[in-house]
Design a protein around this ligand. Structure first.
Ligand code: GTP
Length: 923
């Protein structure tokens, strides 16, 4: 009798065997024996856990921070709901289509049936209390107990699948230690799957794959396995194959190649009852399936043997009998391969979550195969201009020279000695670090206020500790800490390293900020801790915008507060105020992104405002150089006299060309939103004897330091660049050089920061006008990097449509390595790609045959016609609006695509004219 690990329980967890076993040949077990105790008891367990620090290390081994990633509609939320149900977290299974799921709890998500925000939720698998007592570890004995025999804490992040929320996905990926990638067994590997897969590769996240929806007509497990190898460029380790009743009947379960058994679920039940049949029983009942299962087992051992020496040894110990290798040894081998990602082995499982089939073995695989926080790759940090791993930093392997970024290369007699001193003092500072956490999500909760979700990476984040925000350079106290269960919460005293929790009461922290606590009671941490940042990501440029108007003047303040909150939640949204019209413009990544922002603003945050039409965010660019334009601002602002002068020159910015030389008169060179701002002040006589951030000058008003001076000028230029002189679109690829002549432009006490900003804004706007009257300006449009997946039969028509009707450029067909999905990441291409691993040998990939692979009626389609093809093209965004519908019609519903902003491109005169005519006449 073979009993699956999912059916084994540690002592103390009682299996209600009388209900579970039916006949010796038909073993049935309820997997949630100790489940359904209800939420309250789970809460109590976690509360105890979080206040008992002695258990933390052991408990950390029993923790998994896992994400679910996939293409839209692959079944992430449906699968998550089953996980919550089987773990005893919920008493009934929520339904996406009825809008009753736990994780999609925003009204907009429930109304649309899609995931918008990543939800973080905690549960235990297998059900029961996660004790600090270390159980028998795998590998300790000859036949070790799998990890899935003991309860683990799973922090699960359900991520959105829609391309408009790519940034939300990236944000979530940064804090995961492992992921389950769900594929739709009918659609296979889709373009969005490839994108999010590559993003996960960027962070080296170990993954398992779950092929869902195998109950649907047209499901093709074998084809999907092959696509995993060809399109995701990994070796699928097929751990389960689908069990179709009688070979080509309905999907009824899975055959497990690790444990050599069949798992069968009864149609129409809630899935808690699983019938297990061993290989002998399968041979009697389903001989074809049993034969395939043997082949799957052989293929699995062969694959592992190529990458793991230990399994080769076990294989020889078993006298080269593939079927004799123990399941525990296979699980350990798979685990080693998953954690060491150079093998590119990804375990693959099967199921139909909607029919309640396949989810418990998937949960077992999360516990057995994915890493605990200490086993996950070292999180990337940047500190004092140096990049590396956090663990390396804490252990002293990553060396930071404090203050080197700000100071010039060391001069003097003993440069080496100086460096050594700097290193020692930065080491001392790093020793003071008490905890380091990443705020990965900010949510405005109607009941609890603003919740900041954090992942703690080192130390322990304690209630009431002072947190320094290294992005905003300010400190905030953490008055309350919570552990979240979707939209329910439990108060805790601390959040230890490796865990996910919520800080309530932070007023400034935004999504993506790094928070550190440190020893000592200074207001700021010692250098270089002030610059410590975890996995920074760059926000992509927004390409759609809309206007937001308050219903009345009295509503304006409230609307602005709501917008500020929206921006804290989602930094991929941007707000600009058009100085001339006074209009507030909200811009974002896509139409759906802005629609959801509108819903949040008006329905959830109750702002009384109206949003205009969603439009493409064009840009304007300078074609020539202006003459130097000087403006003197001289006016009373809020009862205080303000006077300042500034000279501006505007010119085209070519990032490929070298920046102008930076001399000691240059106070700032900064490129932001596609424009460059340079501030120069010859003769300012900067007093550099004080600390760098407090540098000052005799020309500046008392109390104004150099930072305030150049920020004021920069803000003025940014405001003017938000509105182009000819088409009123924001400027792009433009450089503005601001020059201050201290003798002529600065007027002592009267030169306030707002006067400086106003002078810089007026001078920049006038310089842009001067360009328009001279060489002129041109419109720019967002051009997208588009990846389209089609089959061979539709390739020709799709390529023709893109290149002739949509003005796109085909870049390539069937790139061997898919484009990296790191468009929203500052991280360079994945380290795995850098290691230049040998290509995957697709001919050696095992995939079982598909009963429904070819249509049973009509003309047989040649296999080549259904071969997946990938088109990579650059297409103007305007031509991609509403493209999905068109692509579906060209490809009989099979085609999918993803896109991301490539860059802004200058438009031809003819195209500019046509777009302007359309904009004036409306869409
Ligand atoms: N037949 C069948 N349908 C399924 C299965 N799993 C999910 N579905 C259906 O597929 C649709 C999408 O499921 P979701 O769980 O919302 O998918 P998702 O990946 O969370 O989608 P997004 O949140 O929008 O990215 C729903 O109508 C589900 O009922 C399955 O195993 N079989």
């Amino acid at each position: 009798m073979v009993v699956a690990p999912l059916l084994r329980f540690p002592s103390g967890v009682r299996c209600m065997s009388s209900n579970l076993y039916k006949t010796p040949s038909n073993i049935t077990c309820k997997t949630t024996c100790s489940s359904l105790k209800g939420l309250r008891s789970n809460y109590r367990q976690l509360q105890r856990f979080s206040t008992t620090s002695a258990c933390h290390d052991e408990a950390l081994d029993r923790t998994r921070n896992i994400g679910i990633i996939a293409h839209i509609d692959a079944g992430k939320t449906t699968t998550t709901e089953r996980m919550l149900f089987y773990s005893g977290f919920t008493r009934r299974i929520g339904d996406v289509d009825e809008g009753s799921t736990v994780t999609d709890f925003l009204p907009a998500e429930r109304a649309r049936g899609i995931t918008i925000q990543s939800a973080a939720i905690t549960f235990h698998w297998p059900p029961g209390e996660v004790t600090g007592v270390t159980g028998p570890q795998a590998g300790a004995q000859n036949e070790p107990t799998p990890r899935s025999a003991y309860p683990h804490t799973i922090n699960l992040i359900d991520t959105p699948g829609h391309a408009d929320f790519t940034f939300e996905v990236m944000r979530s990926l940064r804090i995961l230690d492992g992921a389950v990638c769900i594929l739709d067994g009918v659609a296979g590997v889709e373009a969005q799957t490839e994108k999010v897969w590559n993003q996960a590769s960027t962070y080296r996240i170990p993954r398992v794959i779950y092929v869902n929806k195998l109950d649907r007509d047209g499901a093709a497990f074998g084809r999907t396995v092959r696509e995993v190898s060809t399109r995701l460029c990994v070796y699928p380790a097929v751990c389960q194959i689908p069990w179709f009743d009688g070979g080509n009947g309905p999907f009824i379960g899975v055959a497990d190649s690790i444990r050599l058994q069949g798992l069968r679920w009864k149609e129409g039940e809630d899935g808690r009852t699983v019938k297990v049949a061993d290989l002998k029983q399968l041979e009697a009942e389903e001989p074809a399936l049993a034969a395939e299962l043997r082949r799957a087992r052989i293929a699995l051992i062969e694959l592992l043997s190529e990458h793991d020496e230990d399994i080769v040894e076990k294989f020889f110990e078993c006298e080269e009998d593939h079927l004799a290798v123990s399941s525990a040894d296979i699980i350990e081998s798979l685990r080693r391969c998953v954690l060491d990602q150079t093998s590119r082995i990804v375990p693959l499982f099967a199921g139909a979550s909607f029919r309640n089939m396949g989810v418990q073995p998937l949960l077992d695989s999360i516990v057995n195969l994915l890493p605990s926080p200490p086993e996950a790759p070292d999180p990337e940090v940047s500190i004092g201009g140096v990049k590396g791993g956090l663990r390396d930093l804490l252990s002293g392997d990553l060396i930071v020279e404090q203050g080197e970024k700000a100071s010039a290369p060391s001069k003097g007699k003993h440069p080496k000695k100086k460096n050594l001193a700097l290193q020692t003092s930065s080491k001392d500072a790093i020793g003071k670090l008490q905890s380091c956490a990443l705020a990965f999500k900010v949510v405005n909760d109607a009941k609890r206020g603003v919740l900041v979700y954090v992942r703690v990476y080192s130390g322990s984040l304690d209630r009431n500790s002072l947190l320094f925000n290294t992005n905003l350079q300010l400190s905030e106290r953490a008055p309350r800490l919570l552990k979240m269960y979707a939209n329910d919460a439990v108060e805790v005293d601390s959040i230890p390293a490796g865990h996910i929790g919520v800080v309530v009461g932070l007023k400034q922290t935004r999504t993506g900020d790094t928070l550190v606590s440190y020893a000592g009671n200074k207001a700021t941490p010692p250098e270089p801790l002030t610059s410590l940042q975890l996995r920074p990501i760059a926000v992509p440029p927004p390409v759609f915008f809309t206007s937001v108007e308050p219903h009345s003047l009295s509503e304006e303040k409230r609307m602005k507060e709501s917008l500020a909150l929206l921006l804290r939640e989602d930094p991929s949204l941007h707000v600009n105020i058009d100085e001339e019209s006074g209009q507030t413009l909200l811009s974002g990544m896509g139409e759906l992104h802005l629609e959801i922002a509108r819903d949040r603003l008006i329905n959830d945050l109750k702002a009384k405002a109206t949003m205009g039409r969603i439009e493409i965010g064009y840009r304007e660019s300078a074609l020539g150089t202006s003459s130097p334009i000087t403006k003197i601002f001289d006016k009373e602002i809020a009862g205080r006299k303000g006077k300042a002068g500034c000279t501006a020159v505007a010119e085209p910015l070519d990032e490929d060309l070298e920046s102008p030389e930076v001399d000691q008169d240059t106070l700032l060179v900064e490129t932001n939103d596609g424009n460059q701002i340079i501030v120069r002040a010859p003769g300012l006589q900067v007093d550099r004897s004080s600390r760098s951030e407090e540098e000052t000058s005799p020309f500046l008003a008392p109390g104004m330091d150099l930072v305030a001076f150049r920020t004021a000028l920069q803000n003025g230029a940014v405001a003017a660049l938000a509105r182009g002189p000819q088409f009123t679109f924001p400027m792009h690829d433009t450089r503005v050089t601001l020059t201050i002549d201290p003798a002529a432009d600065l007027f002592g006490n009267e030169t306030t920061t707002s006067a400086l900003s106003s002078a810089a804004r007026q001078a920049t706007a006038a310089a842009l006008q001067d360009v328009q009257f001279g060489a002129g300006t041109v419109m720019m449009e967002p051009v997208m990097n588009v990846i389209i997946s089609v089959d061979e039969a539709s390739l020709g028509s799709v390529v023709h449509d893109i290149s002739s009707s949509r003005g796109g450029h085909i870049i390539s067909l069937d790139e061997e390595v898919p484009l990296s999905g790191t468009d929203v990441s500052s991280t360079s291409a994945s380290a795995l790609e850098e290691e230049a691993l040998p290509p995957i040998d697709h001919s050696r990939v095992y995939a079982p045959p598909d009963p429904f692979e070819t249509p049973s009626v009509g003309v047989e389609i040649p296999v080549a016609a259904t071969r997946p093809r990938t088109i990579i093209a650059k297409v103007p965004l305007k031509e991609m609006v509403g493209y999905l519908k068109h692509l579906r019609s060209l490809t009989a519903g099979r085609g999918t695509f993803v896109m991301s902003v490539d860059r802004f491109e200058k438009m031809s005169g003819q195209r500019q004219k046509a777009v302007l005519a359309e904009l004036r006449g409306g869409f």
